[in-house]
Every structure is written in C-alpha cells, then in structure tokens.
Design a protein around this ligand. Structure first.
Ligand code: MN
Ligand code: MN
Length: 447
C-alpha cells in the first residue's frame, strides 16, 4: 500500500530543529545586523551606499553602475573562461514616489500635500495613515545635489497619507471593490498646515516653500529634477513572544541583498570567480540602465576581469542564483496556496524551479539538472530548504530577474527567503530563513 501522504510531508523539518543552540544564538546576532542594515537602507540608493561601506570595510572589489546598481567581485582559482558564480538580488522596494510637480495646497481642508505615483505593486489601503519618512535627492538649479532623509530620527517629523473616518466611508469605500476603493491619485502626503500671513492664496504652500528654501535653498522647480520617495518611517522589529520573526519594510528584496552581501564579503578564494550583483527597478519590470535587463554592466565587468574573455562563452558557462523572496503560506488565506508546493516561514530558504503565471508564462524554468545541482549542494551543506511557488495555478503569479539572466545563456534558479505580507509596509520573515539564505548563497559562491 502506498504511504499516506501528509500535506506537509515534502518538508523535512522546521529549520528551528535543524540548527543547534549555538547556531541559533549566531542567527540572532546575524539578524540583529540585518535589522540595522534594513534601517540604514530604506531606498535603492541607500542600499548601494551600505553595500559600498561593507565592500570598503572588507577590502572587496566593487563596481558601480550609476547610483543604484553595484557588483562585488571575488576572483576565483579558475580562469573566468570556466564561468562565474553570480548571486543577483534587487535593491528597490515598493513605495510612493513624488511626482515631478508635487507640491499643492488643498484649500478645502487647508492642508499642503505632495502628489505621489506609487512604485511597484502595492495594496493601496496599506499605505494610508501610517507614518512615512521622505528619502532621496534633489538636484538644484545650480546642479548641486541635496540628500534627503527626514522622518527616521525620533525628533524628525513624519508624513502621512490621510484616510476617511469609518463614519463616512460607507459610500466611497466600504461598498466598493477593494482594489477600487482607494484611487492612486488619492495617495497624497500631508506635509504642512501653517499659512503665511500676507498672501492672497496658497498660503500654506507658500509657507512650505519658504521653509524648504530657508533649510535647503531649494525652489519649487527643483522638484522636477528630484527623486524623492515616501517609505514607512518605522524600524525593523522582532515579531512574536519568541522573537523568531522580523517585521520590516523592504525585505523584498533587501533580505536577499543583505545575505548575498554577507556571503561575498566573507569569501576568500573560491574555485570560480564569484559575483554578488545588486540591481534596481525589479519592482517595475526591470526596465532601465540600472536594471537586470541592462546586461552591459555585467559585460563590462567580465571585460575588466579579463580583457580577452569571450563574453558569450563565459555567460554560457556561468551559474546564477536569482536571490529573491517567495510567498510564505499566510494564515487565514491558505486557499490561494497549493500547500504541498508552497513555502512556510521557518522552513528554510525557498527554491523555485519556475516563476511566471498561468501556463508558466514569462517564466524562467530551471532545468532538472541545475535544480539537482542546487538541491545536492543544499543537502550536502545541511542547509534547511524548501520548495516554493507563488500561489495556486491561475490564482496569480509573479516574476523575478531570473529570466533576464537565463536569456544570456546562464543557468538560473530562484532561491530566497519566504516572506509573509509581501509588498506591505511591514513585511514578515523568519530569522532562520534569512540565515539559511545566507548559508545557501555562501555555499554556492564558495563551491
Ligand atoms: Mn523581489
Ligand atoms: Mn517584489
């Protein structure tokens, strides 16, 4: 008789049972550092700045592509004509970007606000009423650059997208479809309310402009050449009585960013040349010069390592981990997951053979041979791992940068920590999964 299959039988063990006491202590220290990294890297530019700091501190070769894309390289024993070992993650996360002409005053409510356009896939209601901080740069008329970060220190003010009280929301929100109840155009951020005395109209807007000019020397037109992002102002925290989970903004995908950063800076002399590559714009389809679709950066790195390298042949022999998060089975919403194939928090790093949606459309589908190679490595190194998929067939789906690298001829597989409440202002991961991801990237780059 066939063995009765328990619905969780594909999972070996809770990762908490795999690690011993000493290792678990190490995991908590590791994730404390991870939380500081998250707090210091609230935007793609800030993430690259942190990566640069680590590279300098640990004396590692770093290549920069503009301000939001970078790569750290550790040369291997073999020539790069034998291929590279690349771990690629993305530094951008969903957020609210300011529009080009953002500042206006609402004369009915007597509030000054910033217009925004959301970046990436968000559930709009999650971004209302929470404290937001403002990060980014403004390039002034004279070309000088101002770095902004307001709302992170206790004494800083924060910003907020207002919501209507429940007493009045019946008609305009409660009886509507969830994805129609909040309009993208209504995601305006409150920035002030004190008027100037001697003006006819736009009294608050004028006061804000005066304050910004006094503090930073900026004029209204300067917002046109700016990149300002509103992100959750709160810090990364432990979740649960047992402190097992981490709640934070930006864990998609700065969890993988941190783990692949820690892996590469600790690498001494690997067999193959190892690269941790950090790209931008994944959340908006990997478009643009700093994204995974722009391969020139990687080509130029290969040329720099070995000017005589046959780039196509190097790529054909290279192996890649697309280090990105996967969906964790979520309590109360289990019906959208096919439980045998989905990932749970606390069961280790998640391997996805394919991504995409309905009919594997637009997916990188890793070969059985490459899956076997990664599976064997994880088992050999006793790293907790599990399979993952982004929901039941035809329920939705999503992609990663994997397909852009497999197009270049490289073997690619998705491997990253599972995340609950993904793309929300406070995403949840498990400490053991973060650590398992770090161990996985390290073993991959070392071997
Ligand atoms: Mn991601
Ligand atoms: Mn994402």
């Amino acid at each position: 008789m066939a063995k009765k299959i328990d619905k969780f039988s594909y999972k070996k063990k809770s990762a908490w049972d795999v690690f011993n006491k000493v290792q678990i202590k190490k995991i908590f220290t590791f994730t404390d550092e991870y939380k500081s990294f998250l707090n210091n890297a609230k935007t793609e530019r800030e993430a690259i700045k942190e990566i640069k700091k680590y590279a300098n501190k640990f004396n590692k070769k770093i290549y920069l592509n503009k301000n939001s894309c970078a790569a750290i390289i550790v040369k291997g024993e073999k020539s790069i004509s034998e291929g590279l070992r690349i771990v690629i993650s993305h530094v951008d996360s969903p957020r609210l970007d300011l529009k080009q002409v953002p500042l206006f005053e609402d004369s009915d409510s007597n509030i000054a606000l910033f217009e925004t356009h959301y970046y990436g896939g968000i559930k709009k209601f999650q971004w209302l009423t929470i404290p937001l901080s403002l990060h980014g740069i403004i390039i002034k008329k004279d070309g000088s650059k101002i770095h902004f970060s307001i709302g992170e220190n206790e004494k800083d003010p924060v910003f907020q997208v207002p919501d209507i009280l429940p007493h009045l929301s019946h008609e305009i929100q409660d009886t509507k479809k969830m994805n129609e109840a909040i309009k993208g155009e209504s995601l305006d951020i409150i920035i002030g309310s004190i008027p100037v005395k001697d003006a006819e109209k736009d009294k608050i807007k004028k006061a804000i402009l005066k304050k910004l000019n006094d503090d930073y020397g900026i004029i209204e037109e300067d917002f046109i050449s700016a990149e300002l992002e509103a992100v959750p102002a709160f810090k990364a925290r432990d979740i649960g009585f047992d402190n097992s989970l981490i709640g934070s903004y930006g864990q998609d995908d700065r969890s993988s960013v941190f783990c692949s950063l820690k892996s590469i800076i600790e690498l001494k002399k690997p067999k193959y040349t190892a690269i941790s590559l950090f790209v931008d714009k994944e959340e908006i389809g990997s478009e643009g010069t700093t994204s995974a679709q722009s391969a020139s950066f990687l080509r130029s790195i290969i040329k720099d390592i070995d000017p005589k390298a046959d780039i196509d042949s190097v790529m054909l022999k290279s192996k890649v981990i697309s280090a990105d998060v996967d969906a964790a089975i979520t309590p109360n919403y289990t019906e959208v997951f096919e439980l045998k194939n989905s990932a749970s928090l606390g069961y280790g790093v998640t391997m996805s053979k394919f991504t995409g949606h309905g009919g594997k459309y637009s997916a990188n589908d890793a070969s059985a041979e490459y899956v076997s190679e990664i599976r064997t490595l994880l088992n050999k190194m006793k790293i907790p791992w599990q399979t993952g998929e982004l929901g039941k067939v035809d329920k939705g789906g999503g992609g990663t940068v994997a397909k852009y690298y497999s197009r270049l001829g490289m073997e690619v597989i998705d491997l990253g920590p599972p995340v609950m409440s993904m793309h929300s202002p406070f995403e949840v991961t498990s400490k053991v999964d973060i650590y398992s991801a770090y161990l996985a990237y390290k073993s991959f780059q070392e071997n």
